[in-house]
Design a protein around this ligand. Structure first.
Ligand code: SAM
Length: 169
């Protein structure tokens, strides 16, 4: 067993808000210093939003990064082909998510990397790094600790990517 760090860092703040609302992003600025760059990280949100909703979230992040500088790291650019590998590995997962949330539609997915670049490029972002999940498979905590690595996991991770974006100069 690994020991769990009990001390909560003083600079960890949990703020509730709606990522679609620009005013909620403004609240965050109370916690930023004007002379420090920021990093926006998110997972598991954009893939469930329509392209119109994704655009609103991206525009809110664009506004923040334009002001403070820094980068946006997200795996929420799930391409359509990832759904196929996810369906093969996790039977019914996507169907269940659809049924429970009425979200997760295939039409809300990116076609491919070009589509991702075009969509975020239109908003003013530059994709300067694209990483495959498989790059970190050897250090994934659950896989290592539970010794559950197999071909299925490798195949599932194959089409999943993380992008790193910054505001175009
Ligand atoms: C699939 S989970 C993400 C999981 C998360 N990355 C984690 O590791 O726990 C989706 C999350 O997005 C939140 N969410 C949904 N719509 C949102 C919105 N418009 N603004 C902010 N969060 C939202 C949900 O409440 C939920 O906690």
């Amino acid at each position: 067993m690994h020991s769990i760090q009990k001390k909560i860092p003083e600079n960890l703040k949990v703020i509730s808000g709606n990522a679609l609302r620009n005013d909620d992003f403004k609240m965050l600025e109370n916690y930023f210093k004007t002379d420090e760059e920021i990093i926006v990280i998110n997972e598991g949100l954009l893939r469930y939003l329509t392209f119109e909703e994704k655009r609103k979230v991206a525009q809110n992040i664009y506004e923040l990064l334009s002001k403070y500088g820094g980068i946006w790291i997200t795996s929420d650019v799930t391409p359509k082909k990832f759904i196929k590998s996810q369906n093969n590995a996790l039977m019914n997962f996507n169907k269940n998510v659809n049924n429970i949330t009425f979200r997760n539609a295939i039409n809300d997915r990116f076609e491919d990397e070009n589509h991702i670049k075009e969509f975020f490029g239109d908003i003013g972002f530059e994709l300067f790094e694209i990483h495959k999940f498989n790059e970190v498979k050897d250090v994934l905590y659950s896989i290592k600790e539970l010794d559950i690595f197999d071909d299925k996991i490798e195949q599932t991770l194959e089409d999943a990517i993380v992008v790193v974006m910054k505001v175009k100069k």
